[in-house]
Ligand binder design. Structure first.
Ligand code: AGP
Length: 371
């Protein structure tokens, strides 16, 4: 009923709006006495300290959150991190051992590909840490440590609030590892945590863009294809924006690392093609900001219709943005928590205008329990 959907036409929009709360719930209870607390922890302090390699395995949207984990964990812990699609992981005989940590991310905790990756990792004596939204599900049950995202049940088949919760959970895992290895001390941890703790408010403020994005969707629903560009943490967001549009609106969509444009994808640019660009912060990442700016100029000159997601006050980008969606200024690693939100709304609303069932896209299941 409409009441169950919080007055919306579909659950996904309700779940998009629940993201500030989902994020607070993920953070709450995972930080105490100046340290990160997991929900279950059967890896000894010594073993955690000895970890010298991290693999993140996941599928779909969870995999995109995993790509973000790499930026945070390598930066904070100085441990090499590889992020791999769970369905590819075990079939290529990865190098695993007692000093390897495998982080398995799965909203449902039941995804067969991810579960099999966990089982493979365990036979190779790696330690496994699960991030899941479902208490007592199979992947957490078979792992050595667990962090639950507590985002609440997600009805829409497309992951939204659980994605934001996974990003936060990944960062908590990164901070826990940094702490165990002594690369981050209590006062620095507290600083990182307070930045994270401010994010629910930032997500609340980005929800103010919903009416603008809904209106934009009415003008984009006839596009043949949509491209998404980003760099650094904006790249996984571009991939996620494209996946959402494929799943929900059945449109051809692709996400690219903006630096790759000139190595091929720029050939796709033609008159009127919408290109959604994730703009890095001019203050937080001035070099990348300048590079993206020249990318946008270039594609606009070739006829693309540029839809730019940029930080409030980014005046430099204005002349090149056919559509500008402004997001609040936040620390670089945390930008995906705000910049993903307009992309979720865009995909859902384009799907609705095209007459599709936003909560139950064709051919998809909420949890994929076959390999
Ligand atoms: C996301 O919108 C998709 N429904 C899908 O990619 C999903 O993220 C993937 O199947 C992984 O699911 P999990 O998190 O439950 O393991």
């Amino acid at each position: 009923s409409a009441a169950e959907k919080g007055g919306h036409d579909y659950f996904m929009l309700k779940e998009i709006e629940e993201q500030p709360e989902a994020l607070s719930n993920t953070l709450r209870g995972h930080f105490a006495d100046g340290g990160v607390v997991l929900d279950e922890q059967r890896i000894s302090e010594q073993d955690l300290r000895d970890i010298n390699k991290v693999f993140v395995v996941a599928c779909g949207t969870a995999y995109h959150s995993g790509l973000l984990a790499k930026y945070a964990i390598e930066h904070w812990c100085r441990i090499p991190v590889e992020v791999e699609l769970a369905s590819e992981f075990r079939y290529r005989d990865p190098v695993l051992g007692r000093d390897t940590l495998v982080v398995a991310i799965s909203q449902s905790g039941e995804t067969a590909d991810t579960l099999e990756a966990v089982r493979h990792a365990r036979t190779q004596h790696a330690r496994v840490l699960a991030i899941s939204n479902t208490n007592g599900s199979q992947i957490p049950r078979e792992s050595d440590a667990v962090l639950y995202t507590h985002a609440g049940p997600e009805i829409g088949v497309a992951a939204t609030k659980t994605f934001l919760a996974q990003i936060a959970a990944n960062y908590l895992v990164g901070l826990a590892l940094a702490q165990a290895r002594g690369t981050k001390y209590t006062d620095e941890l507290e600083h990182e945590f307070s930045e994270l703790a401010a994010m629910p408010e930032a997500v609340r403020s980005v929800l103010e863009t919903v009416p603008q994005v809904r209106e934009l969707a009415t003008r984009m629903c006839d596009a043949k294809a949509v491209l998404f560009l980003g760099r650094h943490v904006g790249y996984p967001v571009a991939l996620e924006g494209a996946l959402k549009l494929k799943e929900l609106a059945y449109m051809h969509a692709e996400g690219f690392a903006a630096g790759e444009l000139k190595h091929g994808p720029i050939a796709l640019i033609e008159d009127g093609l919408p290109v959604v660009v994730q703009m890095p912060s001019a203050k937080g990442h001035s070099q990348l900001h300048a590079k993206l700016l020249s990318n946008i100029r270039e594609i606009q000159a070739r006829g693309a219709r540029t839809v730019v997601i940029a930080e409030e006050g980014d005046e430099a980008v204005r002349p090149f943005a056919d559509e500008l969606i402004e997001i609040p200024a936040v620390p670089t690693l945390l930008q995906p928590l705000v910049s993903t939100v307009p992309l979720q709304v865009l995909a859902a609303e384009i799907a609705r205008h095209r007459g599709y069932d936003v909560d139950k896209p064709r051919n998809l299941a909420k949890s994929v329990t076959v390999e």
